[in-house]
Design a protein around this ligand. Structure first.
Ligand code: ZN
Length: 230
């Protein structure tokens, strides 16, 4: 009889995945979910709704394979910037990149961090600090750029782009890491860095997007065959 039967292998593999998940979640009070190297397989995603306004229920035990088609359809129909699948997972579905993986965790260059989805300026580099939590950290946001919501877990404060509702991360108070005593724990993948002196892309206003979407809906209602044939 082999030393490790197939079921036992599966058991260890399950423990390995679970252990990795616990490490990711435990990291400095970071966001709840993680995404692994294969963008299609994620753990702890929200159930179905992709809007910031809706309450999303977070499942903590199951590993869910994302339905790729649904995200491609969502991205293609949005007048906001087109997102990759990994970006859509974090920004639209409140996922989290693994700690230390994001490109902006340790950056210090002067400039501005803008929303990946809508180009709205979110954070100045001068407000960034190294918190060693594994994600980019800021102790202040650009005025009115970030909206705070009660997280689905009932205890943390989620932060989203005030314009497009894209998920950014979470904000924490009272850690005494900087004089402002606040830490915006933000996924690198939710932002784009614009170095000082470089031209900023024009923000895509949510109100303009709604107008475009309404126009697309009207056009489709008036002539469904023409739009479906594409
Ligand atoms: Zn945005």
């Amino acid at each position: 009889m082999p030393l490790l039967s197939q079921p036992l292998w599966k058991h260890f593999f399950g423990l390995f995945i679970l252990g990795g998940l616990i490490i990711a979640v435990a990291g400095c009070g970071g966001p709840m979910a993680s995404i692994n190297a294969d963008d299609a397989t994620v753990a702890e995603t929200s159930e179905s709704d992709t809007t910031a306004e809706s309450e999303t229920k977070t499942t903590q035990k199951s590993t869910i394979r994302l339905p790729r088609k649904r995200y491609e359809l969502n991205m293609d129909s949005s007048p906001f910037n087109k997102l990759t699948e990994a970006e859509a997972y974090v920004i639209l579905n409140k996922g989290t990149e693994p700690p230390g993986d994001g490109g902006y965790t340790l950056t210090k260059d002067p400039g501005t961090y803008i929303c990946k989805r809508c180009n709205t300026p979110l954070y100045h580099a001068k407000d960034k600090f190294i918190s060693h939590c594994g994600w980019p950290s800021f102790d202040d946001e650009i005025k009115d750029a970030v909206k705070r919501l009660r997280d689905a877990d009932g205890r943390r404060i989620e932060i989203v782009c005030a314009n497009c509702g894209g998920h950014l991360g979470h904000v924490f108070h009272g850690e005494r890491l900087t004089p402002k005593n606040e830490r915006h724990c933000v996924n690198s993948i939710s932002m784009k860095f614009i170095p000082e002196g470089k031209e900023m892309p024009k923000p895509i206003k949510a109100t303009d997007v709604k107008k475009k979407e309404d126009a697309m809906k009207s056009e489709k209602a008036a002539n469904p065959k023409a739009t479906d044939a594409k």
